[in-house]
Ligand binder design. Structure first.
Ligand code: SF4
Ligand code: SF4
Length: 239
């Protein structure tokens, strides 16, 4: 029926309005900003950069591979890669972004940057109170504004962060076990006794006899020319 959806919506509004005087569950609005509704875990707004440890500059997971910059549909990520490796929070040297900006006045919260990041370094934030009087500069978030701790990530997206932490820990354990096995194999090879005598060189294989070239056939003797028969004597004429 034409307009059925509008009527249903108005009926629901009226039910909540009248019901809110007798039932608290019917109060679907809150007095913002004095009150705030708790965020849903799946909520997302703009991306942020995750760091591990206590120092955001050392602990950034981002290695400035620039994949997110290339894949961002409205091209609102700007990265400048540092030219030298710096120690991360574990002391391992790695590349980091010298500049990492996101223009949130352009970002459309699509989460593609999160999906393509191979290092779980960028995640979606739930922060929405970002309004500002500065139209351009204030909405261009810099690296220091984007960096947020892994503890913050665990707080806003607990299930997702637990899955990421578990996967990263498993990958780290696997890499450490592989490195340990390689080091042990190298040590075993170094400790193994070396053979005293070197094996003699194998004798060279006898060369194949070269087949003798067939001699050229002697030229055939010239055939004797036929001798002309002796001419018959002409009889003397009678006188
Ligand atoms: S956030 Fe991820 S995809 Fe983007 S540059 Fe850093 S490591 Fe690469
Ligand atoms: S959420 Fe989408 S639009 Fe925003 S920075 Fe990431 S890829 Fe770009």
């Amino acid at each position: 029926m034409f307009g059925e959806g509008i009527i249903k919506g108005l009926a629901e509004t009226a039910r909540n309005f009248a019901g809110s005087y007798v039932n608290k569950d019917r109060l679907v609005t809150v007095q913002y900003p004095e009150k705030r509704l708790p965020q849903k875990e799946a909520a997302r707004n703009f991306p942020f950069l995750v760091y591990d440890g206590g120092d955001w500059q050392k602990g950034l997971r981002c290695v400035a591979c620039q994949i997110c910059e290339k894949e961002c549909p409205p091209q609102c990520i700007y990265i400048v890669k540092d030219t030298t490796k710096k120690p991360d929070f574990t002391g391992k040297p790695q590349f980091q972004p010298k500049v990492f900006n996101i223009d949130i006045s352009v970002c459309m919260s699509c989460q593609i940057c999160v999906e393509v990041c191979p290092f779980d370094a960028i995640k979606m934030d739930v922060e929405y109170e970002l309004s500002s009087g500065g139209r351009f500069g204030d909405l261009l978030l810099q690296k220091n504004q984007l960096a947020k701790s892994n503890e913050y990530y665990q707080k806003i997206h607990p299930s997702e962060a637990a899955e990421v932490d578990g996967r990263l820990a498993a990958e780290k354990a696997k890499a450490e076990a592989k490195a340990k096995a390689a080091a042990e194999a190298k040590a075993r090879a170094a400790a193994a006794p070396k053979p005293a005598v070197t094996s003699p060189k194998p004798a060279p294989a006898p060369s194949k006899p070269v087949p003798a070239m067939p001699k050229a056939a002697a030229p055939a003797a010239p055939k004797p020319r036929p001798v002309a028969p002796a001419s018959t004597p002409t009889p003397a004429l009678a006188k």
